[in-house]
Design a binder for this molecule. Structure first.
Ligand code: CP3
Length: 346
């Protein structure tokens, strides 16, 4: 466990603003780093990489060594939970994830939850190794996908679709969808609890596909399951801070922050800082939200936007991050420049 007074990141999540603000980036580990590509080439496939604690721990630590980020995020994937509950998950080069789809209720009972949570034990081993290798002033973030985002992959079978099949389920198969979400709430709560027992200092729940839902479905598919997951974690005795990331929440951001009792909220690229300032309670940390494409472009425009975001959230608990993940084509010097600007506190 890091000393609570020495981690800027944990202080901010406790509601205390910090100067300089802490920084880390979603997908900070991964293909924009040559050292990751080298390590990745040694694994049979991406799942094998995620289930190999020595490789996954090394990948988690690479961006900390290179950029001195304030937080490390566990190297794993939100889709491991689907593999653990017994669905076939593959990652194909150039295509992305391919998941065996859920068609009926019997698909929800392939593996008992305890067995699924046990199957993910290499991930807990990774957490343990990373925490041992991190200094006290750095925090380790464990994570999972939010129920709706993970369910989407189990219904659509892949990413990059228009998600209409999954959304239609809310109208045509509401009971099956409800059961799938409830299964994911329970399995994810136990999975995150194990990550915390292994040494995670904070948790993040990725609702990457909250966009485009009518407000009643945003309530039942996003807010209610996220709130249930947080409540279940607290009931299990998990007391580390939790960050929610309702990507694409748009005008529903305020409803999310009022009803999901997270300690911090990840803002996406499209949110206007002035909107965030009034939609997010003052004691809740805001995390974000530089455009990952501006990080690729770099230059004066990037510097100006970094300063603008720092200025906008001055006096509020703020963690600097992107509005979505680092892309493979991101130049390393641009990441270094952002870290330098944030550390300078301009
Ligand atoms: O640095 C980190 O952020 C830690 C590791 C991490 C990965 N995936 C590694 C990964 C995290 C936190 C995730 C979360 C994740 N995975 C999300 C939520 C965050 C987001 O981006 O919205 C989602 C939607 C996924 C599902 C997923 N995994 C997709 C759609 C893909 C293919 C697209 C792509 O970027 O390749 C993956 C594969 C994946 N997950 C890679 C990495 C580094 C690339 C695989 C490789 O190296 O071959």
């Amino acid at each position: 466990m890091p000393d609570p007074t020495s981690s800027r990141f944990l202080n901010v999540l406790a509601g205390t603003p910090s100067t300089p603000v802490p920084i880390w980036m979603m997908r900070q580990a991964g293909r924009h780093l040559p050292e990751y590509l080298e390590l990745r080439a040694q694994a049979k496939d991406f799942l094998d990489f995620c289930y190999s604690p020595s490789m996954a721990a090394e990948a988690t630590l690479q961006p900390i060594r290179r950029y001195d980020m304030d937080a490390a995020i566990l190297f794993a994937d939100i889709l491991l939970i689907l593999d653990a509950i017994g669905l076939d998950v593959r990652f194909e080069k150039g295509v992305g994830p391919i998941v065996e789809t859920v068609d009926s209720e019997s698909d929800l009972h392939r593996a008992p939850i305890e067995k699924a949570v046990q199957r993910l034990s290499p991930v807990y081993e990774t957490v343990d190794r990373v925490r041992t290798g991190l200094s006290e002033d750095k925090a380790l973030i464990g994570f999972c996908g939010a129920p709706w985002t993970v369910a989407l992959y189990a219904i659509e079978g892949r990413g990059g679709t228009d998600k209409s099949t999954a959304r239609s389920w809310a109208y045509t198969k509401p009971d099956l969808l409800k059961k799938l979400l409830a299964l994911l709430v329970e399995a994810s709560a136990q999975y995150l609890h194990e990550q915390v027992k292994a040494g995670a200092d904070a948790l993040m729940i990725f609702e990457s596909w909250a966009e485009g839902l009518p407000s009643d479905l945003f309530q039942t598919l996003v807010i209610d399951p996220n709130a249930a997951l947080v409540a279940r974690l607290r009931a299990l005795g998990v007391n580390v801070p939790i960050i929610g990331f309702p990507r694409g929440a748009a005008t529903m951001l305020e409803a999310y922050t009022r009803q999901v009792p997270v300690n911090g909220v990840g803002l996406d690229t499209s949110i206007d800082p002035q909107h965030a300032l009034q939609a997010v309670p003052k004691t809740m940390a805001v995390q974000g939200h530089l455009d990952p494409l501006l990080l690729i472009a770099g230059g004066e425009a990037m510097d100006a936007r970094v300063r603008e975001l720092l200025e906008a959230y001055k006096g509020r608990p703020h963690i600097f991050n992107l509005g979505h993940g680092v892309r493979p084509e991101t130049p390393i010097p641009h990441v270094e420049r952002v870290v330098e600007l944030v550390r300078a506190g301009v």
